[in-house]
Design a protein around this ligand. Structure first.
Ligand SMILES: *Cc1c(COP(=O)(O)O)cnc(C)c1O
Length: 364
């Protein structure tokens, strides 16, 4: 008998839609009409080429990706994008603007500094990253090679509710933990990247959407390793070398699922409803305290504290015992983090709220 599935609040790798897991399981040993597993077939064969093309087409449909943008499937996670972006677009004697809203943007800054100049357009470090800047708070350099921001900080639980305006400076966004959780205006960006394992697929793949025109302005450094060159991947439709075939296949199933439930508008409505319930419970009594400022609360990663670290440890332990898994927060914020990504079921949020009320009655 299969162990019953728990409610998985993990930050990533995270919960995947059940219909995706079930279809992958059904077809794992023998793909219908092919007679072998997706894990075993050539990436140059007709079947996999079809999987890749359909996944890309569904991504384009889902996010209305304009024709002059490339969609790339790359390895190395979002973390390699921290390096690839500056290696391709930051001249050694140039500088780029970075908006620092949490642990992930700090990591992006660290890698960019190895390549060229970095100017911090804003940082929320003094308040332990509990908010994001307003447009007017950003100190932007009109000569920057690009400006980079993180639309959702997975660890701290703060999320931009607008796309920063950077004039003629190309905008780069790390959207690893809120990709395809709400409508996305691709046109406002020069490059968007996301590690898949939070919201759009399994670990082992990063999705990159990059504007053609910007690709043409790449720093032309002959020492740049081939595999780190966006243009190579674009020219070879992500097939310069063997792509992560299984991860692309699963991502394709996730895209199909997203389209089937109403696309980005549909999932956004569900995500707003789930997050609103949970934040309302956090705000209800004062026993729980949200980490982030109300106006930039993440729809994906809900961070909150309890009155003491002892109670926080007990909360995580008792919650796990009743099938609410992965609620312990990151050590840099402490407390709890409920990651309620696209695929996280609404009845799991209801179960958490019920547990929070019982826990408060017993320990408040
Ligand atoms: C998880 C995460 C990353 C790192 O992703 P990897 O795929 O593990 O490299 C980067 N940025 C954000 C916002 C993330 O949530």
């Amino acid at each position: 008998m299969m162990t019953p599935r728990v409610f998985n609040f993990a930050a990533g790798p995270a919960v995947l839609p059940l219909p995706v897991l079930e279809e992958a399981q059904r077809d794992l040993v023998s793909m219908p009409g092919v007679g072998m597993s997706i894990l075993e077939m050539s990436h140059r064969g007709k079947f996999f080429e079809g999987v890749l093309a359909k996944t890309e087409a569904d991504i384009r449909k889902l996010a209305s990706v304009p024709d002059d943008y490339k969609v790339l499937f790359l390895q190395g996670g979002a973390s390699l994008q921290f390096s690839m972006v500056p290696l391709n677009f930051l001249p050694r004697d140039g500088s780029a603007d970075y908006v620092v809203t949490g642990a992930w943007s700090q990591k992006a800054v660290k890698e960019a500094k190895k390549v060229g100049g970095v100017k911090i357009a804003w940082t929320g470090e003094a308040a332990n990253f509990n908010t994001v800047p307003a447009q007017g708070d950003l100190k932007l350099d009109p000569n920057a090679a690009y400006a980079a921001f993180t639309s959702n900080e997975t660890i701290h639980g703060v999320e931009f509710k607008y796309v920063p305006e950077t004039g003629s400076v190309p905008l780069v966004c790390d959207t690893s933990s809120d990709m395809f959780s709400r409508p996305l205006d691709v046109k406002k960006h020069a490059l968007i990247y996301a590690g898949a394992q939070k919201n759009i697929g399994p670990a082992g793949i990063a999705l990159v959407i990059v504007k053609d025109g910007w690709l043409k302005t790449r720093v032309d450094d002959p020492r740049l390793p081939t595999m780190l060159n966006y243009a190579i991947h674009a020219d070879n439709t992500s097939m310069y070398n063997t792509p992560p075939v299984f991860a692309i296949y699963i991502m394709g199933l996730v895209m199909k699922w997203l389209l089937s439930i109403g696309g980005l508008e549909g999932i956004h409505a569900i995500n707003q409803r789930k997050a609103a319930k949970l934040y309302a419970e956090i705000d209800r009594s004062g026993f729980y305290k949200g980490h982030s400022a109300k106006e930039c609360r993440s729809l994906m990663n809900v961070t909150f504290r309890l009155p003491s670290e002892e109670l926080e440890a007990l909360f995580a332990k008792d919650a796990k015992a009743v099938g609410l898994d992965g609620l312990k927060g990151h050590r840099s914020v402490g407390g709890m983090r409920a990651s309620i990504y696209n695929a996280f079921p609404e009845d799991g949020v209801d179960a958490l709220i019920e547990f929070m009320q019982e826990f408060e009655r017993a320990n408040g």
